[in-house]
Design a protein. Structure first.
Length: 202
């Protein structure tokens, strides 16, 4: 009985050691595959404000293990995608982790196009860069290289009055030349809705 018990314990120990040696092997995908848009010629109007006008989708890169992958979309005009400050004025859209698609209603997509400064009622080229990053459990990026893929869309926006986030600042309270009732202060606007406000006083 004791001999059988010892053999059983040794067998269990051997199996646990074997399992401990199983390791995930990192694979580095060459690119993000399947990146596509449901429509590449988008004409926006009040009629499709509440309708989904475009969906971007892609395949999850295979890193050889179940990676905590985050995706970021950068939306910009082609002229801003090269040079020292490439994509510097792009609109950043964060996609929930491990989600491989992003859709916009007409009203939301039109607001983005207005922020880019596209001409109203005319077709313009827009590029959308997809970035894939692998994060640690703490949320910090790993050393795994970022994967990129780019789509080009043709978009015709329409004009809307955008209400930007505002920050009111006071004027000269020491030797005022105006009253608060007439001129309540200067307004700084966040034109990209990122809570960063700027203004200029002549």
């Amino acid at each position: 009985m004791k001999k059988g018990l010892i053999i059983g314990m040794l067998f269990g120990l051997f199996m646990s050691c074997t399992k401990d040696e199983e390791r995930a092997v990192l694979k580095l995908p060459a690119s993000i595959t399947g990146y596509s848009a449901s429509a590449d010629n988008i004409v926006l109007s009040p009629d499709n404000d509440s309708t989904s006008v475009v969906t971007l989708s892609w395949n999850a890169p295979d890193y050889g293990f179940h990676a905590a992958t985050t995706y970021t979309l950068l939306i910009d005009v082609p002229a801003d995608t090269s040079g020292a400050n490439a994509w510097g004025n792009a609109i950043k859209v964060l996609v929930p982790p491990n989600t491989t698609r992003k859709s916009w209603l007409g009203t939301d997509f039109n607001k983005l196009m207005n922020q880019l400064g596209l001409p109203f009622g005319a077709a313009s080229s827009v590029v959308v860069l997809l970035k894939s990053d692998v994060n640690q459990s703490t949320g910090v990026s790993t050393s795994v290289p970022t994967l990129n893929s780019v789509l080009t869309l043709s978009v015709t926006p329409y004009k809307v009055v955008l209400i930007f986030p505002k920050l009111y600042i006071a004027g000269d309270f020491i030797t005022p030349q105006w009253t608060q009732q007439d001129l309540p202060g200067y307004i700084l606007a966040s034109v990209t809705s990122d809570n960063l406000c700027e203004g200029y006083i002549n």
